[in-house]
Ligand binder design. Structure first.
Ligand code: SF4
Ligand code: SF4
Length: 177
């Protein structure tokens, strides 16, 4: 299995949220439901203030606490690429996965009464296209691919201030900061 993951370049991201908007558009997400989110961090002080932005969705973790705590096995990790998805035939909308994800990735669909989340744009990938966030980023700050290749290219850091420790769920992301 080639585990897939995201590379996020914080040094390139300008916080424009085009990735968030393109994801919302592609997945038809109403206000408040965001598969991808951008967090901004301030540090330093005058005359050298620093403002950085981190774009993040689901990290399709090696130890997915969302999967481990789903009482119906609706939340599962695909064998073929390690992408974590929800089976709506099994989901009862209890929201345990949401409470157990340290990244706030699962997003509850009130109208459906089911959990929803980033699936890495599986339908686009099947057509040979990139996930919407990757394709739309004007700064080319997001890459998607086999995590081993991304780590070879960019290193293996998955931690940044403001995020929970990567030791909890072993997320399949690489962050350049
Ligand atoms: S589209 Fe790119 S630059 Fe804009 S917020 Fe998302 S990751 Fe950052
Ligand atoms: S980021 Fe959250 S929802 Fe995604 S696999 Fe990890 S624990 Fe599950």
């Amino acid at each position: 299995m080639a585990q897939m993951g995201f590379f996020i370049d914080v040094t390139k991201c300008i916080g424009c949220k085009t990735c968030v908007v393109s994801c919302k558009d592609k997945n038809d997400l109403e206000v408040g439901r965001n598969f991808r989110r951008v967090y901004s961090f301030e540090s330093g002080s005058f005359p050298n203030p620093i403002l950085r932005h981190l774009s993040i969705s689901c990290n399709h973790c090696d130890h997915p606490t969302c999967v481990e705590n789903c009482p119906t096995t609706a939340m599962y990790k695909r064998k073929e690429d390690g992408v974590v998805v929800v089976d709506h035939d099994k989901c009862v909308g209890c929201r345990y996965c949401e409470w157990n994800c340290p990244y706030g990735a699962p997003q509850y669909n009130e109208a459906l009464g089911k959990m929803t989340k980033c699936d890495t744009c599986l339908d686009l990938r099947e057509k040979g296209e990139e996930p919407a966030c990757v394709a739309s980023c004007p700064m080319r700050a997001i890459e998607f691919g086999p995590i081993d290749e991304l780590r070879k290219k960019h290193g293996d850091n998955a931690d940044i201030e403001g995020l929970p420790s990567s030791s909890i769920t072993h997320p399949n992301i690489v962050i350049k900061k």
